[in-house]
Write a protein that binds this ligand. Sequence first.
Ligand SMILES: [Zn+2]
Length: 399
Amino acid sequence: MIQVSLLQQAYTWFDERRFVEMLMRLSAINSGTHDTVGINTKVDLYQEWLRSLGFETRLFPSTEYGNNLAAVGEGEGKVALALFGHVDTVYPVGSVSQHPPRIEKDQLYGLGTSDMHGGNLLLTEALRFLVERNLKPYGKVLVLLNNDEEWASMHSRPWMQRLLLEHAIHVGLEFESQEEWIRGINVTVGRRSQSAYHLTVRGKEGHAGLGEGISAVDALLFKLLRLRELVAQYEGMSINITGLFGGGDGMHYTTRAGDAGATVSFRATSPQEYFKIGKLLNRIVANEEPEEQGSEITITPFNHTPPPYLPTPQISHLAELGRSVAEELGLPFTTGLKGSTSDANAFADVGIPVLASLGPMGGGDHNATEEHILLGDPLREKFAFVVGLIDRVCALWKM
Ligand SMILES: [Zn+2]
């Protein structure tokens, strides 16, 4: 009975106007990865909000990426929780002036609303609800907001994982948004990995009309097509090719391209697939087609997440606790695996069970025109769910 009333209290307490005001403020600040000025401005805001809740905060600065934020709050329970999100977005400096935050019907559009300041705010507001009512069911809460998640957290991951172990965290809760088309509550119990490489091919310039030289572009295309075929053999794997270049600006079309390159990013669903990626890349080093003869490829690792993770018994237990909260709210509950990666992979990597996609319902991630979250009932329900989940995990988690 007490649980039901806590959920009702949370549902009623949630202040959407305040939430919208805070999210509009955050979305009006550019904070693409490496935009240290914007990132630090946002981190300052979160730091101020968390300090006002009595949390002790600490910055982990980097000249290249800006500040990361860790905040610790003590409670009366036994369970050590880590709630986490990221402050960087994928948009270049200056994007906000072209895409200022706006509300259309029951949706708030803006850069980083869904990925993932909406989730960061749901997290801080849930803590505010608990702290203001003097309900602190946790032994400890560690809040982690990092600044390079969109670049696979290569710089912040060692810091995050060190803190998780130092604070002996039992459970991680990740606040990326939930896909808006799924009704009710949908939590993520497994995520794919991401591994990116720069490929550069060296050919030889020569007169195209006379058939001289070795085209680096031709060689690269054959290699990329072969790579796509190799990847297609694995059900859980995919490849995304970006940053193609070759032959300069296209004005010297009578000259064979001396250089070409691309960035390839792999996704894997199982650890077996993840560890196959290096082998697949080795297969394209050899020059198998006549068009590749004489060219030379260099493969440079760019960034990568830890391996993918799938639901462990502990993650399934967390999901079951979530199901019981959703049932009390009268909401449908489902679990799913997500094709994208997040710092949840870094938790799984150090053996900490993690439940993901606890942020608002959202969509249009990585698209400056379409990124948004849903306001109204879905947001209020998700807030109540998060409060209930924190409470229930603290009450029932077996250590
Ligand atoms: Zn994200």
